[in-house]
Design a protein around this ligand. Structure first.
Ligand SMILES: [Mg+2]
Length: 382
């Protein structure tokens, strides 16, 4: 079998799908994207196609290494997201050829279901509480919300109080009936992270995500040493070679590689195994579309240390499309009490409505994250 063609479609809300075709008619789907830079990743995908066209799609390990090492320069969000989507499509083809779901090809199930969590948007405590009530009614009991709005490098106690007040009201409203992680989103400086984590401790969040930016990763062990709350990070780390440094330094209790950003299934399966060796949980980042989610689920079902799965149903970013809009087999993604079950169709197990993909890719707007500024006019982290 030979790869004959690679096609990409940029789609709302901020996704990109990829289809790899073969000379035997088997096709594979992937989702290569970095939010806000879809066009850059698209260019990278098509540049990488020189390593793929005419090649045997079953040799995923060799194709991965060729894409990673063959260009001399490697790593980073653009190249690793391009590789990620291509890798997902290659696994989809392999599963379809061998008539087995991807988890089956990786050794079989290690669990029967995986807990999913839901994002809760809203800036005011009352909005967050109403959001949690709605999501509880459809079965979720685990949530994630932003831990604070923009915070100065050193900021005042009113900002800290506002952040803590939201979390306090959530605990007061729901007690221990729900759990929630708090995403600092890289907005918080190392100095303020110390303050904020300490103030939030009484409300026992499940984890604190990106307590500081990954480029300040040397603070993870230092912050971990001062708190009992598990620290999480990883959506902005793109390969084993980046994760090895945080594993060696210690401090993180959960890693969150993104299956569409960190080299795909091939790479993230290895990152999960490395995490297991360090007694670190695995909770793939996935505020993206259905192919990315399917890729995550296949790894969750073979990695014993997978603890939670992010998913984007109803997420505040999903303007213009919802998670399952392009999926024909929607029932396979149906959650049961906040849990996903293994996808059972061959390959990734996502039947894509290609006509709708083509239609909705026309004149699609480029998504950009907000650019925030402090009152003094300088750039703030979003
Ligand atoms: Mg995050």
């Amino acid at each position: 079998m030979k790869i004959t063609k690679i096609t990409t479609w940029r789609l709302p809300p901020r996704w990109m799908f990829l289809k790899i075709e073969t000379d035997e008619g088997v096709v594979g789907w992937g989702e290569p994207v970095i939010e806000g830079r879809a066009r850059s990743v698209e260019t990278a995908v098509h540049e990488l196609s020189e390593f793929l066209i005419g090649k045997d799609p079953s040799r995923i390990n060799d194709l991965w290494q060729t894409m990673y090492r063959g260009g001399f320069y490697r790593g980073g969000p653009i190249l690793m997201s391009a590789i990620a989507g291509i890798d997902q499509a290659l696994w989809d083809i392999k599963g379809k050829v061998l008539n087995a779901p991807v988890w089956q090809l990786m050794g079989g199930l290690v669990r029967d279901k995986i807990k999913a969590y839901s994002w809760v948007g809203g800036d005011r405590p009352s909005e967050v509480i109403d959001g949690i009530k709605t999501l509880r009614s459809i079965g979720f009991d685990t949530f994630k919300l932003n831990g604070c709005e923009e915070l100065g490098v050193i900021d005042d106690s009113r900002k800290v109080d506002a952040a803590v007040n939201t979390v306090a009201q959530i605990r007061e409203a729901f007690g221990n009936e729900i759990e929630f992680g708090l995403d600092f989103h890289g907005r918080v400086s190392a100095g303020m992270a110390k303050v904020l984590i300490k103030e939030l401790e009484p409300y026992r969040p499940l984890f604190i995500e990106e307590p500081v930016l990954p480029e300040q990763a040397e603070y993870y062990p230092r912050l971990a040493a001062q708190t009992h709350i598990p620290l999480a990070a990883g959506e902005r780390m793109f390969s084993r070679f980046e994760f090895k440094r945080v594993f060696e330094a210690g401090g993180l209790s959960i890693v969150q590689p993104d299956l569409s950003h960190a080299g795909g299934i091939t790479e993230c399966y290895k990152i999960a195994a490395m995490a297991e060796a360090y007694d670190v949980g695995f909770a793939p980042h996935c505020p993206l579309g259905p192919i990315a989610l399917a890729a995550c689920l296949h790894v969750d079902f073979v990695a014993r240390n997978a603890v939670l799965q992010e998913q984007s149903m109803g997420i505040h970013y999903n303007k213009g499309a919802e998670l399952l809009d392009f999926v024909k087999n929607k029932d396979d993604f149906k959650m049961d009490g906040g849990y996903f079950h293994p996808l059972t169709k061959p390959g990734l197990g996502v039947d894509i409505n290609e006509e709708l993909v083509i239609e909705r890719s026309k004149n699609v707007e480029d998504w950009r994250n907000p650019l925030w500024r402090y009152p003094d006019g300088s750039v703030a982290e979003w």
